[in-house]
Design a protein around this ligand. Sequence first.
Ligand SMILES: *[C@@H]1O[C@H](CO)[C@@H](O)[C@H](O)[C@H]1NC(C)=O
Ligand SMILES: *[C@@H]1O[C@H](CO)[C@@H](O)[C@H](O)[C@H]1NC(C)=O
Length: 169
Amino acid sequence: MKSLGIALLCLLGTLSRAQEQERLVQIEKPIPEEENPLKIFLPTYSTGDFALSASVKLNWFQAEATCASQEGYSLVTLDSPEKHERVFLFLLNSGYFNLLNEPVWTSGSNLANASQWSWFNTGAALKYRKFQTTPNSSYRCLGLARTGYWIPEDCYAQRFFVCEKRCEK
Ligand SMILES: *[C@@H]1O[C@H](CO)[C@@H](O)[C@H](O)[C@H]1NC(C)=O
Ligand SMILES: *[C@@H]1O[C@H](CO)[C@@H](O)[C@H](O)[C@H]1NC(C)=O
């Protein structure tokens, strides 16, 4: 009788262990992947100063986050005619210029203040401006087009993008 009792207890124990294990298996199921994970950023073309993504298109926020994940990079800033020229030459020399039939993201936006465009990279308001047309309030993130002009775009549009080292002067 006693041994039967122990056997029963053992059986119950085995059952509850099995249930416990099943529960653990359920807990340990992998967390579902996010619907839109950031892809690993491999610059398509880069120099010491700039890095171009012409393989992965991201929205402006994801692009900025992706640049930041590269040891202190940010989306590029075009805060003088000389800087604009350098970035444009970088794109021309990248070998991907013909692929850029949509503007590429820069760090410009008017997200903080709708009536003042600024560079995310430096926090400075835009002084030098090369907008193709007068910006309106519906498009708040700044793309650089192959024409050499700046085009405000929907921040959620997926675009190629250019990063630069944040501390660069
Ligand atoms: C937004 O920008 C305008 C134009 O530069 C400025 O007059 C205004 O004070 C700014 N608003 C805020 C909240 O900073
Ligand atoms: C705002 O500007 C964009 C070009 O930057 C243009 O495509 C769009 O039609 C304009 N929207 C309005 C409401 O004017």
